[in-house]
Write a protein that binds this ligand. Structure first.
Ligand code: PMV
Length: 324
């Protein structure tokens, strides 16, 4: 008898970043992080158990090598949870360019965790689903939830989970300045490990990010958009500074990334309050209020870069169909 389910998850962009693990074996982060789930980018994944071997098709192409093993290792966790030994057929579609620093692994592993467990009839609480998703990709823990979510670093497997936090009317929106939608040169997983192992700035990053996280919780609770934006931008710049200190140095920036960062500063000077953040890729995400979304989008479009997308806060993961 087959067991099949489909789940949809949206990507998230961290306003306070996760960069570095304290335990690689179970994906415990060094610091807590806070993110905004976006409605613009999603992954839809169908998992069907009962196969002879695992197979994964992403956007029409069969995965192999490390990309496939990553999914298979994740399915091993689900097999263990559900006490089953059969295999799964996984078919996934990303509306996000894969591995371009647009959080495709966040939406990808959140959707996979939800679909694989629903198909296996393993009933998890949202918290336990985020703990499971975390083991596929750290940031996926946060994509289980919509809007603003925090991922508590925790001290062991059970205490490292994400949960939603109340947005007291910040009216957040995001413009994604797509500089290059191609695959990144070094994975976030490898780059954060290199940073943690070799950058003399890494301890300072961990220390300052801890402070940023508590300051951010306070700014969100006070609905202080300016402070939320300032912390968002400085936290991202410090994360990238820590990477530049690695041996060899890691830089995801391209010339157009710098042009967008300059534009964000110019927009602020001219009264459009917005702030930039960047992840493991050259694209720049611009946090603004919903009322400024069109102004910021038009200004980015005028730079004539690869693309521009606007986004509002998105929903948490949803299982859209389950059958056994
Ligand atoms: O979830 P991972 O392993 O792809 O790491 C995500 C790292 C950043 O996107 C750079 C930061 C974050 O918190 O999402």
């Amino acid at each position: 008898m087959t067991a099949r389910a489909t789940a949809v998850a949206h990507s998230n962009i961290a306003l306070i970043k996760y960069w570095g693990k304290r335990d690689t074996a179970i994906a415990l982060p060094a610091t807590s992080s806070l993110s905004l789930t976006l409605d613009a980018y999603l992954t839809r994944t169908t998992v069907e158990w009962g196969a002879e071997s695992d197979s994964v098709v992403l956007d029409g192409s069969r995965l192999n090598g490390e990309a496939e093993s990553r999914v298979t290792r994740f399915l091993d966790l689900v097999r263990r949870l559900g006490d089953r030994s059969d295999h799964a057929t996984v078919v996934s579609h990303n509306s996000v360019p894969t591995a371009a620093g647009l959080a495709s692994s966040a939406s990808g592993f959140a959707a996979l965790a939800a679909a694989a467990t629903a198909a296996a009839r393993i009933d998890l609480t949202p918290r336990d689903l985020s703990i499971l998703a975390r083991k596929g990709s750290g940031s996926a823990a946060r994509s289980v939830f919509g809007g603003l979510a925090v991922w508590h670093a925790g001290t062991d497997d059970a205490s490292s989970f994400a949960e939603p936090i109340v947005d007291p009317g910040l009216d957040l929106a995001m413009v994604v300045a797509v500089v290059d939608a191609g695959t990144k040169t070094i994975s976030s997983r490898a780059a954060m490990q290199l940073t943690a192992e070799t950058s003399p700035y890494y301890p300072a990053w961990v220390e300052s990010s801890r402070t940023d996280f508590t300051d951010m919780l306070d700014a969100v609770a006070r609905a202080d958009f300016t402070r939320v934006g300032e912390l968002t931008e400085s936290n991202a710049m410090r994360m990238h500074a820590s990477m530049l200190g690695a041996t060899p140095p890691v830089s995801y920036w391209q010339p157009d990334s710098v042009r967008v960062l300059q534009l964000v500063r110019d927009l602020r000077v001219s009264g459009t309050e917005c702030y930039a953040t960047m992840d493991a890729g050259p694209n720049v995400k611009i946090l603004c209020r919903r009322t400024h979304l069109d102004t910021v989008r038009d200004a980015v479009a005028a730079l004539d870069i690869a693309g521009v997308t606007t986004s509002l806060p998105g929903p948490g993961v949803a299982v859209s169909q389950a059958e056994t």
